[in-house]
Design a protein around this ligand. Structure first.
Ligand code: OOG
Ligand code: NI
Length: 452
């Protein structure tokens, strides 16, 4: 009997999620096909440069998924489940303020953290948790009913949790355990056939579609599965040509002449899916819900804290100029702002300390005491950008928002509930990693290796 490591389990889980999602949301299959043809096109067009931020095999297999849960207990179970797949909580995102619409969640991403694990299979899941005690969205009485509803449901069966804990303890599972684990795990994220309580769902939906999607049903589901493309503008064009209506804008950095940094994302609303509803009189009737969507992403270089500050500053500047010139396309304004204030080459990003890199020696030499910039200039050392493996709160909010049925409502005068990375770490019983520290550690390790 063979043993399946957490790495193999993760790759298998990602593949099964893709099978389910492709069956449930056929537009996903189209998106994957178009992404693959865009990637092949970029490889022909740009040659080796196309693979600077990841090999074609990694990029082609690369997906992120998104799920949403209702309680800290459910999130803790998710964390145990994903630990079995070598996926760990990284980053804290508060989407409650990042979104204009009512998005009452905080999120983290479960993903591999080591470079070798990322290149073996970079599968990650953006995971959001409903904040039921945030009074801007839920009054005390509704919170009580919402918490009661959530506490009655079981998203993850005990057998699955046992297998997950066993996989963590052993670093994987034998074939039989692995099969059982994968089947139970994927079943948890398939769309449930269980009827939805219509009145309850609608009550929550009036406040927030996201709240209804999480707390209005007795199960969870994969909300989207996102392939990675090497040219997201080309993808956007090709999907539009096929008659798929994409959201208005690509989220994140603009299209410009400099290097790709951070993350660019765009999405389209999936079709309404048939669901069964339980009505107030107890009858069950057919209806539909439109909560899932298609999303695609392009990844760029990870920015340092200084680079990220620059990014946030430019975003504010784009907002300011866009507000002053509502008739100009935001993309044009953003490209101009970037040309003015973002270094337009990798060496310049490195020189200004705005992006993360790893370093390799081209030959043998004595690096001691000499600054890296000088060694690079001499050709003794080459710098390779570190790819951004995380998410962006404002982009995530934009993606949530553009796929909601309505804006919902939010009482800005009511008190919010405090949530931060420390709170999340306490809930999970393990530290939520800071993405910046992971990139910095990777850069430091490569420098240390260089200096022997
Ligand atoms: C998550 C939305 C955010 C991303 O890639 O930024 C997101 C959700 O819809 O649950 O997926
Ligand atoms: Ni996403």
């Amino acid at each position: 009997m063979s043993f399946r490591s957490s790495t193999r389990l993760r790759a298998a889980f990602a593949a099964r999620m893709a099978d389910i999602y492709g069956r449930e949301v056929p537009a996903y299959t189209t998106l994957v096909e178009v992404s693959a043809s865009v990637n092949a096109h970029v490889l022909r067009r740009d040659g080796a440069a196309a693979e600077r931020l990841g090999s074609l095999s990694r990029v082609t297999a690369e997906r992120h998924g998104a799920i949403r849960v209702g309680t800290p207990q459910e999130l803790r179970q998710v964390s145990r489940l994903f630990a079995a797949l070598g996926m760990h909580p990284v980053g804290f995102y508060d989407l409650r303020d990042a979104a204009r619409s009512a998005v009452p969640v905080v999120s983290t991403a479960f993903r591999p953290v080591d470079a070798a694990e990322l290149s073996a299979n970079p599968f990650r899941i953006f995971t959001s948790l409903l904040v039921t005690d945030d009074r801007r969205f839920f009054d005390a009485e509704l919170q009580r009913r919402l918490d009661a509803f959530l506490s009655r449901r079981v998203l993850f069966p005990p057998d699955l949790m046992d297998l997950a804990d066993r996989a963590v303890a052993q670093g994987g599972l034998d074939d039989e355990g692995a099969e059982q684990f994968l089947k139970l795990a994927t079943d948890c994220f398939a769309l449930s056939a269980e009827p939805v309580d219509r009145a309850w769902y609608q009550e929550l939906e009036a406040i927030s579609s996201v709240a209804a999607d999480i707390g209005g049903v007795s199960s969870t589901h994969i909300n989207h599965l996102t392939p990675r493309v090497l040219d997201i503008d080309e993808l956007y064009r090709r999907m539009t040509e096929r008659g798929v209506t994409m959201i208005d804008a690509i989220q994140g950095p603009p299209r410009w002449d400099g290097p790709d940094v951070l993350l660019r994302q765009t999405s389209f609303r999936a079709l309404a899916e048939p669901r069964r509803f339980r009505n107030a009189d107890g009858t069950v009737t057919r209806g539909s819900l439109r909560v899932r969507f298609g999303e695609v992403e392009a990844r760029g270089i990870a920015l340092t804290p200084a680079g990220r500050d620059r990014y946030d500053l430019l975003l504010t500047e784009v907002d300011r100029r866009a507000a002053a010139a509502p008739d100009s396309p935001r993309q044009d304004i953003a490209a101009r702002v970037w040309d003015e204030s973002m270094p337009c080459t990798e060496p310049e990003l490195l020189r200004q300390g705005l992006a993360f890199f790893t370093f390799t020696a081209s030959g043998t030499f004595d690096a001691r005491g000499r600054p890296v910039a000088e060694l690079i200039e001499d050709g003794a050392v080459t710098a390779t950008p570190i790819v951004y493996e995380d998410f962006l709160p404002r982009s995530a909010a934009g993606i949530f928002q553009s796929n909601l049925a309505g804006d919902g409502r939010k009482d800005a005068s009511a008190g919010s509930a405090t949530r931060d990375a420390g709170w999340l770490s306490d809930v999970l019983g393990r530290a939520v990693a800071d993405p910046m520290e992971l990139y910095a550690a990777q850069q430091r390790a490569s420098l240390a290796a260089l200096r022997g």
